[in-house]
Design a protein around this ligand. Structure first.
Ligand code: SF4
Length: 367
């Protein structure tokens, strides 16, 4: 791409951005901490979902110190419902590292930022360019699509080497001193105009400079791996109920839903019925023999890489005393206090239904 084309792209996109930028609560803040938190929340999550979480987060955790000193359960509770809980755990770890190794100040250079837990190439570029005003590229999925089309780039974008090429292409486009706005302009163009299935090339400010448009290849780009079908798992979970209390366990810190609380249970193995699977799971997880009582409910949820149906049952201990064999710890919790414990979507639904059942029983009793 020659220098006059690059200058045209810079001018046209920045003008377009001034009047079309999405209005977002973290826009224009130029605060590295807020940029970091918003970008982590936005990973794999829709903007509309993130906005209320972002507001609540900055009220409760206005700075690095408040995150570093907060108990992890409080961090996870603030994150509850956003999913990918390793993001919240990494924010806490990173805040602690910044406090102890960087005198509480977020480093500005991507080379230092990417050493911190949960900060990858894109977030490092966003913090550096938007938060610190450095001339650094920040390439998210929208940006990858726009740059692939702008340069008519047909390499597989999942490959690290090809992502590097796209990032360097973006770097050559950055106007001095305006990288933050330019990066955001590219991302906004990708989310509003250069859409994945139907790019609106007729209203695109850089149509004349776009190589894919001139060759009519825009709908073939970017080139990605074919999507594989998500697996589905059937899961059983047991509800131990005693005197208004239920038994829940805290998942081990690492892995899916790490540090969140749940009703004990697990995957149904091939050839098992619900009864056999739940007895085996609760023996393995808690060291108790149980018998199934009534079925409670069926819960479906789709994660990014798989989906589940969770079948829940009230269970009764026949032999043994529950102990945490897999969970970090277990607790008997008042049903009305379940909201105090951070949980994933399925377990929160089970908790809400249990509370509703309890409320219903008390209203019937009081009649
Ligand atoms: Fe995307 Fe079309 Fe604009 Fe090219 S002309 S950047 S394909 S919207």
């Amino acid at each position: 791409m020659d220098s006059s084309t690059i200058i045209n792209i810079q001018k046209k996109l920045l003008i377009w951005y001034r009047s079309n930028a999405r209005s977002l609560p973290w826009r224009g803040l130029k605060d590295p901490y807020l940029i970091w938190i918003s970008e982590v929340m936005l990973q794999q999550t829709q903007v509309e979902t993130v906005i209320p979480y972002f507001h609540r987060w900055i009220d409760r955790f206005p700075d690095i110190k408040s995150v570093a000193y907060a108990p992890i359960d409080e961090i996870l509770k603030a994150w509850e419902g956003l999913g990918y809980y390793s993001r919240a755990r990494n924010i806490k770890k990173t805040a602690e590292i910044i406090l102890s190794n960087h005198v509480g100040v977020i480093p500005s250079r991507p080379i230092d930022l990417i050493k911190l837990p949960g900060i990858g190439d894109y977030i490092a570029g966003a913090i550096a360019s938007i938060g610190f005003g450095l001339d650094e590229p920040a390439l998210d999925a929208n940006g990858i699509r726009v740059i692939s089309r702008l340069y008519d780039f047909h390499g597989l974008v999942n490959k690290v080497a090809n992502k590097k090429i796209l990032k360097e292409n973006l770097r050559t486009l950055l106007p001095n001193g305006c990288a933050g706005d330019f990066n955001q302009a590219i991302m906004d163009l990708g989310s509003m105009v250069c859409l994945s299935a139907n790019p609106d090339c007729e209203s695109c400010p850089i149509q004349r400079e776009c190589m894919a448009f001139s060759r009519n290849t825009q709908k073939d780009l970017p080139v990605g791996k074919a999507r594989t079908k998500k697996p589905h798992f059937n899961v059983v979970a047991g509800i131990f109920e005693k005197n208004g209390k239920v038994l829940i366990g805290k998942r081990p810190t690492n892995g899916l839903l790490g540090g969140m609380w749940e009703f004990p249970g697990g995957k149904i193995e091939e050839g098992e019925d619900h009864n056999t699977a739940l007895k085996r799971e609760l023996e393995e997880e808690l060291g108790v023999n149980i018998k199934l009582r009534d079925a409670f409910g069926e819960y479906k949820h789709a994660y990014t890489h798989f989906s589940v149906t969770v079948f829940t049952y009230f269970v009764e201990i026949v032999e043994g005393k529950p102990s945490a064999k897999v969970a970090e710890k277990i607790e008997w919790v008042d049903i009305r206090s379940l909201n105090d414990f951070p949980m994933g979507k399925v377990d929160r639904s089970i908790s809400n239904d249990l509370q509703e059942k309890l409320d219903h029983a008390s209203s019937v009793d009081s009649v």
